[in-house]
Design a protein around this ligand. Structure first.
Ligand SMILES: NC(=O)c1ccc[n+]([C@@H]2O[C@H](COP(=O)([O-])OP(=O)(O)OC[C@H]3O[C@@H](n4cnc5c(N)ncnc54)[C@H](OP(=O)(O)O)[C@@H]3O)[C@@H](O)[C@H]2O)c1
Length: 340
């Protein structure tokens, strides 16, 4: 039984597929309740609300924002709509958990952060794995000297479409599609999370399709001889791993974006002599970890600026990589959207 004094009242904009997972997380979290679902279509909203046990439904996104009994909104709309609806939600006094990629470009992402700050509401992107206990444990290891001096971060996030879903938002440029925003967002974010700074320069190359990237490979140069590289795309079987390699050893996580089904969340540390130590962690649903964390921020009244900052930094690197691939040039980040 949830304590109504402790619950954050959530609304969701759009009956997106991913909203189903988030509805389960909101029901699971002890500090959240699913108050309202909004769709462009009132019948669809009502049907969704019945299937996913939302308290009520409305037939427009704006109607949800005008509801005084909503504290926070989750925005799983196509990326091209993230900027507009985050700003509208913040102006209506709602905290915003917005799906990735946060925006279409850095200026838009910065405007989202500015309006959220001005209205004293939290902004966070929907990357879930940062909030899982495994991520906290891996970060502790990375911040210790267990691996020696860090040198390389390598990651991949891919899945394979047998039949290309031509109408999927991921293949529509006007909706903000492309594998870099859809999957590369995680690889870039993970590199920034691991190295705890922005790269100095980047280079990217892509396989184009419908004027979006169907796959993407990127390289990012950091200070202190550190390099990160990644690949993402819709044309290779599911891979979702990273490796952080240092002078004394390496940390490998085979499923960082989401633990494999029916496997305990784990990571390994290799010592460079053929010995691997496996660490297993607790296994809560990562969606629930994120909803719990976000709801706790609201309840505490202490906004966490590191989340919009990480989102904007990820966006900045992403847009620099995209520009690099389109112009076939190495891009210095200092020249690319320089002001913070
Ligand atoms: N964090 C994660 O693990 C994760 C996983 C998957 C996706 N995502 C992100 O979540 C977002 C949604 O992805 P999804 O695959 O779940 O999307 P989806 O199923 O295609 O749903 C998008 C929703 O947006 C609404 N919408 C409004 N205008 C639209 C338009 N012009 N075209 C299409 N839909 C429109 C629709 O809701 P109504 O018709 O009800 O208004 C639709 O149900 C994306 O930003 C994606 O990158 C995140």
């Amino acid at each position: 039984m949830k304590d109504s004094n402790r619950t954050v009242r959530w609304g969701i904009l759009g009956t997106a597929r991913i909203a189903e997972k988030i509805s389960i997380a909101i029901h699971q979290a002890d500090n959240a309740e699913l108050t309202c679902i909004a769709s462009r279509d009132a019948v669809k909203a009502a049907d969704w609300s019945q299937r996913h046990s939302a308290k009520r439904s409305v037939g427009s996104y704006e109607a949800l924002l005008q509801d005084p009994d909503i504290d926070a909104v989750y925005i799983p709309l196509p990326p091209s709509m993230h900027g507009e609806w985050t700003v509208r939600a913040a102006k209506a006094g709602k905290h915003v958990l917005c799906e990735k990629p946060l925006a279409l470009n850095v200026n838009q992402a910065r405007e989202m952060r500015r309006v959220c700050l001005e209205n004293q509401v939290q902004l966070m992107d929907g990357v879930m794995w940062y909030h899982h206990p495994r991520a906290h444990q891996m970060l502790k290891m990375l911040r210790s000297d267990a691996l020696g001096e860090h040198r390389r971060f390598t990651s991949s996030f891919t899945f394979c479409w047998d039949d290309v879903p031509e109408n999927d938002l991921r293949l529509q440029r006007d909706l903000g599609g492309g594998s870099l925003g859809d999957l590369g967002w995680y690889c870039i974010g993970a590199a920034l999370w691991a190295f705890n700074e922005l790269p100095q320069k980047v280079f990217g190359t892509a396989r184009p399709y419908n004027d979006v990237d169907y796959n993407f490979s990127g390289i990012m140069w950091f200070t202190k001889n550190r390099i990160a590289s990644f690949d993402c795309g819709f044309d290779v079987s599911m891979r979702k791993w990273f490796e952080l390699a240092g002078t004394k050893g390496s940390l490998v996580c085979d499923d960082f974006t989401r633990p494999w089904e029916n496997k305990k969340p784990a990571f390994s540390v290799n010592d460079g002599f053929g010995n691997a130590t496996k660490y297993e962690t607790e296994a809560p649903l990562q969606e629930t970890c994120m909803i719990n964390h976000f709801s706790d921020i609201i309840r505490s009244g202490r906004l966490e600026q590191q989340w919009p900052d990480l989102g904007i930094n990820t966006q900045r690197v992403l847009n620099a990589l995209d520009y690099s691939a389109r112009t076939e040039t190495v891009v210095n980040l200092a020249d690319f959207f320089p002001t913070s």
